[in-house]
Design a protein. Structure first.
Ligand code: NAP
Length: 248
């Protein structure tokens, strides 16, 4: 297991689901983890779970699609810990609809919450990472961003956008000891996918070669590897964690 002792990690949207599992896995490996949510419901709960594991960190409620709130969050982290080594841009959501029924607001909202947030958070931490000549950024994209999903023009575009962001930023900061990668989960059991209609779920399962829906831990293990010292020669890549759903 990789050792993240001494590392400070921010995991956006880590009050529940995939983000929570990532936060717990990084804490298990020794990182201090800043947990984050938007509603104030559960970032503290994740921090309490981290403390039960013997770890530590900070819980910050902030809307990561809002630049002022992102700047405040990162300032608080830098004032508290003096550094940010790891950023996992995980916060995201869906507003599914067929394009003919999708209001423009649902397009804008998803680009802001899923894509702009990753840009804002990366921008806020990258200067301090460059000073330290060390950083790990992981963007949680999606299989939908690679293969497209009907009813998700807004979501698929935002997740494909994260892949472009990943590659461009990876090139910008590679010489400064900072790696930027994306993880593209397939179908993972969380509150987000619990909202999906049963018939869509039944259509999806036969398309997954491994033959099961993924767990939040499946994603967390991949992220824990990409943020480790052992992954220093991997940048600008998209790692699918999807049971073989997308094979490129
Ligand atoms: P989830 O269970 O709905 O959790 C989403 C988390 O993001 C929550 O903690 C939520 O905060 C937070 N969040 C939402 N908007 C935010 C904002 N503006 N600012 C800060 N935090 C915000 O979702 P999930 O299934 O774990 O998904 C996590 C990520 O993985 C998302 O980016 C999603 O697109 C991606 N993904 C998921 C799947 C899947 O199958 N589940 C597949 C591919 C990709 P609150 O708790 O306060 O609402």
């Amino acid at each position: 297991m990789s050792d993240l002792t001494g590392r400070i990690a921010i995991v956006t949207g880590s009050g529940q689901g995939i983000g929570q599992a990532i936060a717990l896995e990084l804490a298990r490996r020794g990182a201090k983890v800043v947990t984050n949510d938007v509603t104030g419901c559960c970032a503290e709960d994740t921090l309490a779970m981290i403390r039960e594991l013997g770890g530590d960190g900070l819980a910050i409620t902030a809307d990561v699609s809002d630049s002022a709130q992102v700047e405040n969050m990162v300032k608080t982290v830098l004032d508290t810990f003096g550094q940010v080594d790891i950023l996992v841009n995980n916060a995201g959501t869906t507003r599914d609809n067929l394009i003919v029924r999708m209001p423009e607001e649902e397009w804008d909202f998803i680009q802001k919450v899923n894509l702009k947030s990753a840009w804002l958070c990366s921008k806020a931490v990258v200067r301090s990472m460059m000073r330290k000549k060390y950083g790990r950024i992981v963007n949680i994209s999606s299989a939908s961003g690679l293969m497209g999903q009907a009813g998700q023009t807004n979501y698929s575009a935002s997740k494909a956008g994260m892949i472009g962001l990943t590659k461009a930023l990876a090139r910008e900061v590679a010489s400064r000891g900072i790696t930027v990668n994306a993880v593209a989960p397939g179908f993972i059991k969380t509150a987000l996918t619990d909202k999906m209609p049963q018939d869509i779920l039944e259509q999806l399962l036969p398309l997954i070669p491994v033959g099961r829906i993924g767990t939040v831990e499946d994603v967390a293990y991949a992220v824990a590897f990409l943020v480790s010292d052992q992954a220093s020669y991997i940048t600008g890549q998209v790692l699918s964690v999807d049971g073989g759903l997308v094979m490129s």
